[in-house]
Design a protein around this ligand. Structure first.
Ligand code: IPE
Ligand code: IPE
Ligand code: MG
Length: 248
């Protein structure tokens, strides 16, 4: 199986999972956390180096207060309960998004977990929290503008690398594969800059139902994709052949 170096997932469908069962939406989010635990562990054992999970968008702040509060509670609980596993499995926690908007106690436990796991090298688990790609891009633009005003940067220096370095994802490569569950075929303001050449995979499974089999199916399809990055198929074949020759 070809394993993406960086896998990103839009974990969608928790609410519908619960509504179908006439349960409150938060019950779907609770089951969603269980799916997170399964997928994190499986990605780590498959050798995924970077796993990025879209857990709460900047637009999700607009949901009813009780749902937002319950999600924040679940998040704090998840982080506290997973610290031991992250340490044991040598997983480093990273966060992207505008975490200044998070409740103080959640921000604190996040900060602690990031610090406690900072030396771990097995896999980087990035949670996108209070994350919106347009917001991220705007924060980057403001930061670069301030650098220019301070005389530390000139406009001509802003290239792909400098811009990427001003984003929340500065320390992680672009995703190789994006999975979105729940049948929706949109990116909902996730990693707009970073997804430029990412392979996209959509499945009807609702996130709480998404398990190891579903993950393997997505990875199986990823293995059949030819990533061309704007080049022709023949060019890619030539460069693969010459790499092969270099091996001999
Ligand atoms: C994804 O599930 C989790 C979050 C956005 C926090 P949803 O809550 O969006 O579930 P649906 O899409 O309403 O079913
Ligand atoms: C995207 O799901 C955000 C997360 C999974 C955290 P949404 O449910 O918020 O997206 P839309 O509203 O269907 O586009
Ligand atoms: Mg949704």
């Amino acid at each position: 199986m070809r394993i993406p170096r960086h896998l990103a997932i839009i974990m969608d469908g928790n609410g519908r999972w619960a509504e179908i069962r006439q349960m409150p939406r938060i019950a779907g989010h609770q089951r969603g956390v269980e799916a997170v635990q399964t997928i994190v562990e499986e990605c780590r054992s498959l050798g995924v180096e970077y796993l990025t999970l879209y857990a709460f968008s900047s637009e999700n702040w607009g949901r009813p207060d009780d749902e937002v509060n319950a999600l924040m509670g679940l998040l704090g609980h998840y982080l506290r309960s997973e610290l031991e596993t992250m340490l044991r499995q040598r997983i480093r926690l990273n966060v992207i998004g505008d975490i200044r908007r998070l409740p103080r106690e959640v921000a604190q436990v996040l900060k602690d977990t990031v610090a406690r796991t900072a030396e771990n090298r097995e896999m980087v688990l990035t949670l996108a929290l209070s994350y919106g790609a347009r917001d991220e891009i705007l924060r980057a633009v403001r930061h670069l503008g301030a650098e220019m005003l301070a005389g530390r940067l000139v406009p001509e220096q802003v290239d792909d690398r400098v811009f990427s370095g001003a984003l929340d994802t500065r320390d992680i490569p672009d995703p190789d594969l994006l999975i979105r569950t729940s049948g929706e075929m949109r990116v909902s303001n996730f990693l707009l800059w970073q997804l430029a050449y990412t392979e996209l995979y959509f499945t009807d499974s609702l996130w709480p139902d998404f398990g190891i089999e579903d993950l393997h199916q997505a990875l199986g399809e990823f293995g059949h994709r030819q990533r061309r990055f704007g080049l022709t198929g023949a060019q890619l074949k030539d460069s693969a052949d010459s790499e092969g020759e270099a091996d001999h």
